[in-house]
Design a protein around this ligand. Structure first.
Ligand code: ATP
Ligand code: FE
Length: 368
């Protein structure tokens, strides 16, 4: 079996060809990050235009580097939910044309399902396992019981951790910092935090009393914002200049973020073990998304998994962020399970908003 995967849900145009055993035969990606960094965020119409300009070439590159003839493909798998409407639309209409031309089945993909299943391309991980997805656009904890069988245990009630770190980094003007100018916000915070003292500012992790596994990051952002404004006054500098205390702020916000993520994950593990939803002896926690590459946050999660006798697994960074490989692999998983493989694409639409699985987050809170 061979699947071509296509991803355009946000700001990366990506494609890959993957076989049944998880071999990546060909891959191509075009990142729009540089363009969006300049505007200080993603402008959907700009993202759409860039996807349109690049999708043909990226799919062609993935196919030709794989040396797979389009007629040999078993199916085309494409992200159709959730994401930016204008971005999803480009990938979907391109794919529908393609499957029509090639007379191949189409496999619509849920972007978060693909992130969650990526680990199975690399390691032998059996269902059920727990997954924590932390990125710029998403934040969730879910129990993965099967290819398309998810229990949503917790989610962010406001923004995602990567979004918060990006906003803090922007507020600190880290783009002007000589050591961080080419880094994403989250990476810049991690880099700078190494030079700071996390105890210099007392920034409390959010939701310390909440008994569920939900997350919140916007309160943290506002607390940090206030600290920065105060420090600017104290240090007598203008907004837009770099604070002398920037490294301490980075260390404290990273610490609060790590504590928050680790605590919520701890609750989820305990809930699943109590309910016998996870094996008491060899449970697995998979952590993915751009924020998962943060080693300080990973250390905090290691403490939690060690204490609960879980195995912690993280895909390598290039598979943690958006890519075509995970979409193609999700296609393989669905082909093997025989779920969601369409021979008729009539009426198929993209869905900008789409929760992952069955939401049991309220039940988690009541059980505690
Ligand atoms: P989606 O949410 O759809 O996956 P995305 O583009 O936001 O989309 P990723 O590419 O997975 O997601 O991750 C990017 C995010 O990860 C950014 O917010 C970035 O700041 C954050 N990030 C990247 N490296 C680090 C790091 N070392 N520490 C913390 N955050 C990081
Ligand atoms: Fe993603």
């Amino acid at each position: 079996k061979l699947v071509l995967g296509i991803e355009t849900s946000c700001d990366d145009t990506a494609a890959a060809v993957v076989d049944e055993t998880g071999n990546v035969l060909g891959e191509a990606i075009h990142s729009q990050t540089e363009v969006h960094l300049k505007t200080g965020g993603i402008v959907p119409s700009v993202a759409q235009q860039l996807h349109r300009e690049n999708i043909q070439r990226i799919v062609q590159e993935a196919l030709s580097s794989s040396k797979v003839c389009p007629s040999e493909l078993s199916a085309v798998a494409t992200t159709i939910k959730p994401g930016l409407a204008l971005s999803l639309g480009v990938g979907l209409s391109f794919s529908l044309h393609l499957v029509d031309q090639l007379k191949k089945p189409f496999i619509p993909i849920h972007h978060m399902e693909a992130h969650a299943l990526t680990i199975r391309l690399l390691n032998k991980v059996d269902f059920p396992f727990l997954v924590l997805l932390i990125s710029g656009g998403h934040c969730l904890l879910a129990l993965v019981r099967g290819v398309s069988d998810f229990l949503l245990l917790g989610k962010s009630l406001d923004i995602a951790p990567g979004d918060m770190l990006d906003k803090v980094a922007r507020r600190l003007s880290l783009i002007k910092h000589p050591e961080c100018s080419t880094m994403s916000g989250g990476k810049a915070i991690e880099h700078l935090a190494k030079q700071g003292n996390k105890l210099h500012f007392d920034i409390k992790p959010p939701m310390q009393r909440a008994k569920n596994c939900d997350f919140s990051f916007s309160g943290l952002q506002h607390v940090v914002d206030r600290i920065i404004t105060q420090k600017e006054k104290e240090e007598g500098i203008q907004k837009g200049e770099i604070l002398a205390s920037a490294a301490h702020i980075a260390a404290a916000v990273q610490h609060a973020t790590a504590c928050h993520i680790a605590k919520r994950t701890h609750r989820a593990i305990l809930f699943c073990k109590q309910r016998r939803l996870l094996s008491p002896s060899n449970a697995v926690l998979v952590v993915s998304g751009g924020v998962a590459s943060n080693l300080y946050i990973r250390k905090a999660l290691e403490i939690v998994t060690n204490a609960t006798e879980c195995t912690l697994l993280c895909p390598p960074p290039r598979l943690c962020t958006d890519n075509g490989i995970m979409i193609a692999w999700n296609g393989i998983e669905r082909l093997r399970a025989g779920v969601g493989v369409l021979h008729n694409t009539e009426g198929i639409r993209y869905e900008p908003k789409c929760p992952l699985g069955v939401d049991v987050s309220e039940e988690v809170g009541e059980a505690a």
